[in-house]
Every structure is written in C-alpha cells, then in structure tokens.
Design a protein around this ligand. Structure first.
Ligand SMILES: *[C@@H]1O[C@H](CO)[C@@H](O)[C@H](O)[C@H]1NC(C)=O
Ligand SMILES: *[C@@H]1O[C@H](CO)[C@@H](O)[C@H](O)[C@H]1NC(C)=O
Ligand SMILES: *[C@@H]1O[C@H](CO)[C@@H](O)[C@H](O)[C@H]1NC(C)=O
Ligand SMILES: *[C@@H]1O[C@H](CO)[C@@H](O)[C@H](O)[C@H]1NC(C)=O
Ligand SMILES: *[C@@H]1O[C@H](CO)[C@@H](O)[C@H](O)[C@H]1NC(C)=O
Ligand SMILES: *[C@@H]1O[C@H](CO)[C@@H](O)[C@H](O)[C@H]1NC(C)=O
Ligand SMILES: *[C@@H]1O[C@H](CO)[C@@H](O)[C@H](O)[C@H]1NC(C)=O
Ligand SMILES: *[C@@H]1O[C@H](CO)[C@@H](O)[C@H](O)[C@H]1NC(C)=O
Ligand SMILES: *[C@@H]1O[C@H](CO)[C@@H](O)[C@H](O)[C@H]1NC(C)=O
Ligand SMILES: *[C@@H]1O[C@H](CO)[C@@H](O)[C@H](O)[C@H]1NC(C)=O
Length: 736
C-alpha cells in the first residue's frame, strides 16, 4: 500500500476505545505490585495491536497517547486504511478521528444570592477538588494563593506536572498538560483557564477590577476548594485526544467535579464525542461533569447533548456595561462595550469604513474586514463599522476610535481602542448624522456600569436546543451567569483575545457559555460539600429542580435557551426530592435510541453492558430526567406520558402535592398527585400525561410540574415540540 496516497489523512489522529475488560486487569495497583510478571501494560498492548495492523518495524512513534488510568484506548497516527483495519479487530469498539475543539466576576455570585457570608462546611469544602479542563492556569494569581490552606486532601492521587517553572501549591494541587500543547507547560497563556478556574473555586480577592471597571471582590463559589488544572488547549485549539486524556487523568486523580468550557461546532453522536465519553466514565465513578454548550446562538446549535452531563447556558446578571457616544451636534447615543479608554472629552472626525479603503470592496470595507482599512485615511479618526469585530481592525489600522453596529443586541465586548457598539436604531442615528454634516465628529466616553433590571436573560450568543441527538431530552439543562464576568486572567493573554490588544491584566472581563459553566460547576461543588455521598445525577437534579423559572418572553427560545431555568445555589443545597439516574438508565437510553452494543461499549467502556429487548422498549422521554420533553409529529393532536421516580432527600415524613403551571395549549394530569414519604431515600413513582392540540412545525409549548411539601419546591419544565430531527453525521469511519 502506497502511503503517499493517504497523505491527507496522515495528519489526522485516530482514537481507539477498547473495552474495559482489558483494562480491568491493570486497574488494581496492588495486584500489580504483588504479582510482577503478570502485570498488564496497556502501552505495550497498544503497541502490539498497532504492530498487527501497521506493517512497520517502528510503530512506537505512531502511538500518540495511551489511555490507561480510567479507560483503555489509544491515539495513533494512522492512514485511513489502517484505522479501518483496526476498527474491525476484536476488542476494538470504536475508532474515530481526533479533531480540534475550541474554548468557548464576580458580582455574579451576589446576584445569584451566594453571598460571601453564606453557610459553608469549611472542612468538607477544603477537601473538595475541582478539575478544570481548559487552557491551563496562572499559578501566581492572587486567586490561587494557598494562604491558610492545609496539605492536599488524602484522597488526592494526582501530580504536579506543569512543566518548567510551574509550581503547584496547596490551592492548585495538581497540574498536567498534554502532548499537543505548545509550549510544554500547564501555564495559561490565554487567560481562559485562569478565568474559569477562579470563577469556580478562586480565593476571595478584594478590590479587583478591569481598569477600574466592575470594581469589587472576585471570588469563586467554593473559595476553600482545591483546583487541579488540565491544560488541553493552546493557540491552535484543543485536541480531542488530549481532552480524553485529561478526563482519564482527572478521574483517576480523584477530582470531585469536572468543569469543561470547550466545544466543537457540530453536535456529535455520543460514541464519537470525547466529552460525552469522558463524562460517562466520570459519572460512573461518581464525578459530575459540567459543560458549556457553545456560543453559536441559533436553534439546534447545542453541541453538548449527553444526559449524563450538565449543560450550561449563559445569561446576563444585573450589571451592564454601556458606553456613550457624544456627537458633534451635542446629542448622545448609548452603545455597549467594555471600554477602558478615555478620550478626555475630545471629539474626533468620523468616517465610514467603506469610505476609507483602497484595497477592498465597499461591501467588505463597511464591515471593517481584515486589511480593508487604509491607515493613512483612518489615523486620528473614528471609524464606523457594521459589525462589532470591526474595532479590532480599526485598532490595527491605527484609528483613534470606532463606532460599531452591535449585531448581538446588548453584548458589551472588550474593545481594544475607544469604541462602542450600538443597536441598529442608534447606529442608524449616527450614520444619518454623519451624512447630514460636512465635518462629522464624535467623542467616545469610558464605559459606565448600570443596573440591568431585565436580568437574567439568556444571551443572544448562547446556543439553543432542541437536542439533535436525543430530541426527547431537553438541552441545555440550566442557565448561569456568562456575560461580562470579572475573574482572574493570565498576564500573558490579552483581554480582547486579539492581536490588536497590547494590554496585559491580572483580572479581566469575559463573556461566553465558557464563563457560565464554571459558575454551575462551583455550585455543584458547593452542593456536594453538603451531600458528599450524592450521585452526579442527584446533584444535577438538585441544580435543575431548584432553578429560578425564567421569563419565556425575554429569552428567545424559552426552555430551549435556559432549560430548567437560572441556577439558584442556596436552594440547590436542599432540593427535597431528586430524580436519580444511574448508569443502567443511561444504557437503556442508548439501547432505545438504536445504539448497537459495540457503540454502547465505546461510551461505557464496559464489557458487561447489554441491550436486552426490555431496555430497548424504554423510550428516551422516560429516562428519569429532571425535565420532561417529547417531540411529537406536527399538525396532529397529541398525548404523551412521562414516567418518573423521585427519591426523598428532604424530610423523612413529608407529603408532596403536584401542581401544574397553567398553559392554555396543554392539559397535564399527574397520577398520583400526592406523594407521601415515611423515610429518607424512599422512592415514589408517578405518571404525567400531557395532552394538546396540533402544533405547527417547528414549534414548542411548555408548562411545568411542581412538587411541593410546603417547604421545598421541586420544579420540572414540561416541553413538547415539533422540531424535525436533525441528522447528526457520523464520522467517516464505522465498523463494516
Ligand atoms: C469481557 O469479554 C471477554 C470476551 O468476550 C470475556 O472473556 C471476559 O470475561 C469479559 N470480562 C468481563 C469483566 O466481563
Ligand atoms: C503523522 O505522520 C505523518 C507522516 O509520517 C507526519 O508527517 C506527522 O507529523 C505525524 N503526526 C504526528 C502528530 O506525529
Ligand atoms: C517563571 O514564571 C514567572 C511568571 O511568568 C516569571 O516571572 C519568572 O521569571 C519565570 N522564571 C523563570 C526562571 O523562567
Ligand atoms: C483599589 O485598587 C486601586 C487600583 O487598582 C487603588 O487605586 C485603590 O487604592 C485600591 N483601593 C483599596 C481600598 O485598596
Ligand atoms: C487622556 O488623559 C490621560 C491622562 O491625562 C492621558 O494619559 C491620555 O493620553 C489622554 N487621552 C487622549 C486621547 O488624549
Ligand atoms: C437591552 O438593554 C435594554 C436597556 O439598556 C433593555 O431594555 C433591553 O431589554 C435589553 N435587551 C436584551 C435582549 O437584553
Ligand atoms: C436601541 O436602543 C434604544 C435605547 O437606547 C431603543 O429605544 C431602541 O428600541 C433599540 N433598538 C433596537 C432595534 O433594539
Ligand atoms: C451617506 O449616504 C450615501 C448615499 O446615500 C451612502 O452611500 C453612505 O453609505 C451614507 N453614509 C453613511 C455613514 O451612512
Ligand atoms: C413519621 O411518622 C410516623 C407516623 O406518624 C412515625 O411513626 C414516625 O416515627 C415518623 N418518622 C420520623 C422519622 O419522624
Ligand atoms: C400512564 O398514563 C397513561 C395515560 O393515562 C397510561 O396510558 C399509561 O399506561 C400509564 N403508565 C403507567 C406505567 O401507569
């Protein structure tokens, strides 16, 4: 076989998942120690598998990574042919290409009611470890100092392998980086990883701000918790083979919670999605994974679809950054930006992007696209650009400032020169002023912080459901603050994450579902300190059923934007009832959506999984999930029912009554509608029947079910929709 014929696939890495049985022989470290000679070495086994397929003497350098701590598999540099041959070998359950994913302060905690003085269990909190899979961490940040911290918890089995000049302490107790990372270090060069880690578990640091903006105390949800940083991303993105390795390590290292603010662009089938696979293994070991869903905004965009993950949407907090533009005629227009620059009240001439280009068409230049603005024509001037990102190009071209059209409604982006982004109405006012006078000029003020009484609203950019892989499971699960969050940063990164920015800061403002995810992870850790023995699904249920109901009219997409609602840390501590979902329930779900046993094994890594006909009969809507969703055919009346079981974790003797929020289009019946408990951990089942008139396509109707004993409020959204299924394209390689 001429390898040159496969040049293109040469630089693709393939990941193989082997069934757990091979690995289980190696799992027991003690056995390894007492029975030398019988020890199983995954790496040498992986090499021998490779040798069978690749007709080359030196296969060792093709083996890019062996996964051996929490599951068995490896990544290797192969041709498509070799990968296909491997896929058909016994014991190999899945082969797919490795791909590049991307990374998707703290007024937010007060906004959510998690005050600095909140009740805590300090000893347990200090034994809680948050694993952060991200761009690394800045170990010298004030948010990660270890003053007052004792040695790492006894259960910690990880290491500090952060590379040269990287020292852990009793706050950052572990650090790793992976093979693709350049330079070889767990040190965060971008800021993203330090930001997410400090949002979840950063120390309490007083008087932080971004050039005086958003001044206040920065802190994580669980400031006494420990952090383990797994760096899987650099300037080129995040490789899926490294992400899987980070799950493998973090689970074995003993973290309690995993937060991962990384995602791809398209949803993937579970057996090809390293985050779904990694999180499944974490779930089996009692570790909860929280995941940012993505920043694309439209319907059906959600890429985090697995029910064993907590998928987090991003919403606003009650603090908004606005930025005023003062025109030559004395009128003022409001715009949005995080603008730390001060023009001292001076006004400058205004030009439109399309009038100051010599190299681009007017249609490109009006958006201020890359290399379109002519430096000599913009110097000392303020440039109008029809998109927010235009400010970076104006800045590179040497403009004095920029006024942009805000295509994201109220988004306040960090700008790299004096700049403000206006909604269409206000931007058009400026454009007509510019056209109405010979010498248009404007001034741009430094940003101001105002109270946003409309919060929380799910941000325009936050991904929306429905779930493309399992339409009967609602995604996202909940929403958390992800807009203009102030948190720790890397002084090597730039606040705007763009070449046009030359500033370096210790604390910065960032926006994205990436910022929402660690808020939810911090709350999950907080809840876990009160209930160390709870399963990931019980914690997830607590976060979901106690979430604040959000206003459907304000967040486009309703439940598809915010899931169960806005996370509520204090209530989540004491949910009353939980919907528990265990490994077998998820296996049933996979069986029922038509997964073959091989594919299920790829996800579970479990030899013993099986798919009897009784499993295949449980429809996905009957997964014991804390929300209830069904997709139904359009233009026909419908009746669907949901079977659920709740576990009492509130008061031993308690009686819960069902209440359904009124919805004109839906009739909801709950049988039984009273649940009486006599003990803790007691389980009770019920049946929810939802009837409605025909819906057009695509559309969605929702209601909610509340169980209450007078003390606890256990709320689940009920969603019925007619969105057509989206075909999720599997990767090229399937077993034949
Ligand atoms: C896994 O499967 C193999 C062969 O199918 C069998 O020999 C082995 O006992 C199984 N291991 C477990 C843990 O079930
Ligand atoms: C994979 O193999 C190709 C061809 O031998 C080589 O050019 C490439 O650098 C390898 N990739 C890695 C990550 O080792
Ligand atoms: C280690 O990193 C810190 C932070 O970037 C830097 O200040 C220091 O100079 C570095 N030391 C060495 C020996 O590179
Ligand atoms: C807060 O920080 C600013 C500079 O960042 C400084 O000027 C001010 O004195 C500090 N305030 C307090 C109370 O420490
Ligand atoms: C505004 O004033 C500050 C402080 O005097 C100065 O550093 C800055 O350069 C001035 N900016 C402009 C655009 O004149
Ligand atoms: C945008 O902000 C204005 C106040 O500045 C508010 O009235 C409006 O509801 C906001 N819209 C969205 C979508 O957040
Ligand atoms: C733009 O914002 C202004 C208030 O500053 C508001 O009156 C107007 O309706 C908004 N326009 C759009 C298109 O949102
Ligand atoms: C001014 O009007 C001209 C002609 O209608 C148009 O081409 C141009 O884009 C306008 N400029 C602005 C800033 O709106
Ligand atoms: C619950 O109530 C029953 C009957 O009223 C009583 O016998 C039992 O002791 C109570 N259990 C607890 C834990 O309070
Ligand atoms: C749930 O209720 C529906 C509608 O009344 C009924 O058809 C179904 O059999 C019930 N399921 C169970 C398990 O009780």
């Amino acid at each position: 076989m001429a390898k040159s014929a496969f040049l293109l696939v040469f630089d693709i890495f393939f990941i193989l998942m082997l069934s757990l049985s091979l690995w289980s022989a190696a799992a027991n470290e003690d056995r390894k120690a007492t029975l030398p000679g019988l020890e199983y070495s995954p790496s040498s086994h992986h090499i021998s598998i490779l040798q069978d397929v690749v007709k080359s003497s030196s296969v060792a350098n093709l083996l890019l990574r062996s996964y051996k701590r929490s599951f068995n598999g490896f990544a290797a540099n192969l041709t498509n042919e070799e990968a296909k041959r491997l896929a058909s070998m016994k014991g190999v359950v899945s082969v797919f290409p490795s791909r590049i994913l991307h990374t998707l302060t703290t007024r937010s905690w007060d906004f959510m009611g998690l005050k600095e003085t909140v009740t805590r269990i300090p000893a347990v909190e200090s034994d809680t470890i948050i694993g952060v899979i991200d761009t690394g961490i800045w170990p010298e940040s004030a948010s990660f100092k270890d003053e007052g911290f004792g040695p790492p918890p006894k259960k910690w089995k990880g290491v500090c392998k952060g590379g040269k000049n990287f020292t852990c302490n009793n706050k950052i107790i572990g650090a790793r980086f992976y093979s693709s990372i350049s330079p070889s270090s767990a040190r965060d060069e971008m800021g993203h990883g330090s930001h997410t880690a400090s949002t979840a578990a950063g120390n309490i640091v007083k008087n932080t701000s971004f050039f005086g903006l958003g001044q206040g105390t920065a802190r994580g949800a669980v400031p006494s918790a420990r952090i383990a940083a797994y760096r899987v991303c650099d300037g080129n993105g995040c490789e899926s083979k490294d992400i899987l390795a980070a799950f493998d390590d973090s689970i074995a290292d003993g973290v309690d919670v995993i937060t991962i603010s990384i995602g791809g662009i398209n949803p993937l089938l579970f057996h090809e999605d390293v985050i779904a696979i990694g999180a499944f293994h974490a779930m089996v070991k009692g570790v909860i994974t929280l995941h940012a869903g993505g920043n694309i905004g439209g319907f059906h965009t959600i890429t985090s679809v697995a029910p064993w993950i907590v998928t987090v949407a991003a919403s606003t907090i009650d603090r908004q950054f606005i930025d005023k533009v003062v025109l030559g005629n004395g009128k003022t227009q409001n715009g949005f930006s995080v603008n730390s620059f001060n023009l001292n009240g001076t006004k400058f001439p205004v030009v439109y992007g399309k009038e100051v280009t010599t190299s681009c068409s007017e249609d490109q230049a009006k958006f201020c696209q890359l290399d379109c603005l002519d430096s000599s024509l913009v110097k000392g001037k303020i440039v109008l650009c029809d998109r927010i990102k235009g400010n970076f190009i104006a800045s590179l071209a040497g403009a004095m400032g920029s006024i942009m059209r805000n295509e994201f409604e109220n988004l306040s982006a960090v700008v790299t020169l004096p700049a403000s982004a206006l909604n269409k109405t206000n931007y058009d006012v400026i454009k007509s002023y510019v056209n109405s006078t010979k010498k248009p000029e404007a001034g741009i003020l430094k940003s101001e912080v105002i109270k946003d009484a409309t919060a929380p609203i799910v941000a325009t950019f936050s991904f929306r459901g429905p779930n493309s892989v399992v339409p009967d499971i609602l995604k996202p699960d909940l929403s958390a603050p992800g807009v203009n969050i102030l948190a720790a940063y890397s002084p090597l990164g730039t606040p705007a994450n763009d070449d046009s920015d030359t500033r370096h800061v210790d604390y910065s403002i960032a926006t994205g579902t990436s910022m929402a995810c660690p808020h939810a992870a911090g709350v999950a850790a907080y809840v876990k300190t009160f209930h160390p023995d709870w399963s990931p699904s019980a914690i997830k249920s607590a976060l979901m059923t106690t979430a604040w109901a959000m206003d459907q009219s304000k967040s486009r997409g309703g439940e598809f934007a915010y899931g169960s609602g806005h996370i509520n840390p204090i209530k989540a501590r004491d949910p009353g009832l939980v919907y528990e979902t265990l490994k077998d329930d998820y296996i049933k779900l996979l069986c029922s959506i038509g997964y073959t046993l091989d594919r299920i094994k790829a996800i579970s890594g479990d030899n013993s999984s099986s798919c009897p006909p009784s499993y295949q009969k449980v429809p996905p809507k009957d997964l014991n999930y804390p929300s209830m969703t069904a997709s139904v055919p359009p233009k026909e009346s419908f009746t669907v029912n949901f079977l659920r079981t709740v576990t009492n974790v509130g008061l031993a003797n308690s009686t819960y009554k069902a209440q359904v929020s009124p919805n004109l289009g839906l009739e909801v019946e709950v049988v039984p509608d009273i649940l009486s408990f006599r003990s803790l951990q007691e389980k009770k089942s019920f049946n929810v029947t939802v009837t409605g008139k025909s819906l057009k396509q695509p559309s969605m109707v929702s209601a909610s079910l509340v169980w209450s004993d007078g003390i606890h409020i256990v709320r689940s959204p009920i969603v019925v929709h007619t969105y057509p299924p989206v075909r999720v394209v599997p990767h090229v390689l399937l077993k034949n």
